[in-house]
Design a protein around this ligand. Structure first.
Ligand SMILES: Cc1cc2nc3c(=O)[nH]c(=O)nc-3n(C[C@H](O)[C@H](O)[C@H](O)COP(=O)(O)OP(=O)(O)OC[C@H]3O[C@@H](n4cnc5c(N)ncnc54)[C@H](O)[C@@H]3O)c2cc1C
Length: 287
């Protein structure tokens, strides 16, 4: 199928893009177009106006700032995968970006587009929730910073207003003795996740868990924090028994779909396996 007719705009400044979003009828941002165009071709989305933001300068970068790492919204998945600073300090994002689709998708798709598309089966949103990322949005009313807890509202829905452009994603500087990991379970390389798990783990320098954030993908309408497992692990020695006990807890709010990729029951079982593996991956890295 081909998309319905739409007006196409290609602004060269962020201010112009925001004005267009605020004034044009049913306007939608387009970044890499990898998700949006597929929806338009299937006529699951039919915006009347497309505001292509790929000509905006200065939205593709990875920069260390005081207290956080700043990633521009137009940074493509391939840049995330290959960034040395991300690999060293936020390894779960390297894990997640490297598992997205194929090389062509990673060359076009952007971190901002993946976050704004808010597919609970996508890789970066789950990793960003585990990393406690925050999201910088600019719109007609100015700039605001949205926490990952508030950003992902529902399936394919974020907290962004229709006139807002996501400009930057911020990752807090992790304390010492912190490491992270993300593992995706899919039938074939490059498929969307049947389930996935991202972990950011801080130890006391030995094997005791000082802090941990666990996020699960494809298990609810948004990426989901596994808070009861996090609370169970804090202050405990991280041996096999403790990790298995934590992984076997039932995540609060989990309500995975049953579809051709796996039943609800299968996903609930797999989340135990992948939480355990992700915790062990992060623990191995912190050591
Ligand atoms: C064949 C195929 C396989 C894929 N496999 C995977 C996979 O395994 N894992 C995975 O996670 N993803 C996968 N994807 C999705 C891919 O990661 C997309 O690149 C990503 O979801 C969207 O990024 P984009 O830049 O193309 O956004 P677009 O498609 O341009 O936009 C997506 C949505 O976000 C909005 N948007 C985009 N940027 C902004 C912004 N800066 N501010 C406000 N709104 C914005 C758009 O309006 C639209 O609603 C796959 C896609 C394809 C086509």
């Amino acid at each position: 199928m081909t998309p319905k007719k739409f007006d196409y705009y290609s602004p060269t400044s962020l201010g112009e893009a925001i004005q267009l979003l605020g004034t044009k009828e049913e306007a939608k941002v387009m970044a890499g177009g990898q998700s949006l165009l597929a929806l338009m071709k299937l006529r699951l989305a039919s915006p009347k106006s497309i505001v292509d933001i790929t000509k905006l300068e200065g939205l593709s970068y990875i920069k260390e700032e005081k207290g956080y790492l700043a990633i521009g919204a137009l940074t493509i998945h391939d840049m995330i995968e290959l960034s040395p600073v991300i690999k060293e300090k936020y390894t779960l994002l390297t894990d997640a970006a490297s598992k997205i689709g194929d090389q062509q998708i990673r060359n076009r798709g952007t971190i901002g587009g993946s976050a704004c598309h808010a597919d609970p089966a996508a890789d970066l949103p789950t990793a960003l929730l585990a990393a406690d990322a925050s999201f910088v949005a600019k719109g007609l009313k100015g700039e605001r910073v949205i926490s990952s807890k508030d950003f992902f509202v529902d399936i394919f829905t974020t907290a962004l207003e229709h006139d807002e452009v996501l400009t930057e994603i911020r990752l807090p500087t992790f304390p010492s003795h912190t490491a992270s990991g993300y593992i995706k379970h899919s039938r074939r390389e490059g498929d969307f996740a049947i389930t996935s798990c991202g972990v950011v783990l801080t130890t006391d320098g030995g094997s005791t868990c000082k802090d941990v954030r666990i996020a699960l993908g494809s298990i609810a309408s948004t990426p989901l924090r596994f808070t009861n497992a996090e609370n169970f692990l804090k202050g405990k020695k991280l041996d096999d028994k403790t990790i298995i006990e934590a992984s076997n807890l039932k995540p609060e709010g989990a309500d995975p779909p049953s579809d051709m990729h796996g039943s609800k029951e299968y996903r609930m079982e797999m989340i135990k396996v992948f939480t355990k593996r992700s915790l062990k991956l992060a623990l191995g890295r912190v050591r």
